[in-house]
Design a protein around this ligand. Structure first.
Ligand code: GAR
Length: 203
């Protein structure tokens, strides 16, 4: 069974999608730790409801980013996480953390990368007048939303009236993509060849 560590900052609906995928056996694994960077994160209540250990790691409690990331490494290694999922984690992952989990750390982003990386991707897509956007699950590398792409789902947004509607339209596809990718990780492996990612094995 794959041991999954999840990092989140907010509502935690993508974290919930992982929990749902586990419950419905789409994912052969367990979440061994939720790490949040704010005590306000809605994800905490979801962890509590599911009986999953959670850790609040706030930037203000550390001298620097490296120290903060060091604490997260300690938690994830302590829980022997095989895969680390950034599920709405709104911070750049430093090299201390990434270095320990490179090739085993994935992120979900609410646009079709490489369009609209960084913050407020749905607002960026709406503002740009894009007719199609979507979501991307990708490996985390040293850049901002630049790692090899694992899965993408296009979503029509041409009739959306504001950025909020774009976000709402894309979100259920994020949940589905998250479950698919984490499920695949738990049952086979992704092979990275340059920028291309291929799935091997599993169901
Ligand atoms: C999701 O839309 C996720 O794609 C996005 O934040 C939201 C978190 O929602 N992530 C990013 O923008 C990363 N840069 P959730 O807390 O309900 O999963």
């Amino acid at each position: 069974m794959m041991r999954i560590g999840v990092l989140a900052s907010g509502r935690g609906s993508n974290f919930q999608a992982i929990l749902d995928g586990i419950r419905e056996k789409q994912i052969d694994g367990e979440v061994v730790a939720l790490v949040v960077d704010s005590p306000e994160a809605g994800a905490i209540a979801r962890a509590q409801a599911a009986g999953i250990p959670y850790f609040v790691v706030e930037r203000k409690d550390f001298a620097g980013k490296a120290e903060m990331d060091g604490r997260i490494v300690e938690i994830l290694e302590g829980k022997r996480a095989d895969l680390v999922v950034l599920a709405g984690y709104m911070r750049i992952v430093g090299k201390e953390l990434l270095g320990k989990f490179e090739g085993r750390m994935i992120n979900i982003h609410p646009s079709l990368l490489p369009s609209f990386p960084g913050l407020d991707a749905q607002k960026q897509a709406f503002g740009h007048g894009a007719k199609v956007s979507g979501c991307t699950v990708h490996f985390v590398d040293g850049g901002t939303d630049t790692g090899p792409i694992i899965e993408q789902v296009p979503v029509y947004i041409g009739d959306c009236r504001d950025a909020h509607e774009v976000a709402e339209r894309i979100l259920p596809y994020e949940h589905k993509a998250m479950r698919t990718v984490v499920g695949n990780f738990s049952k086979g492996k992704y092979v990275v060849e340059g920028r291309r990612v291929r799935y091997e094995g599993g169901l």
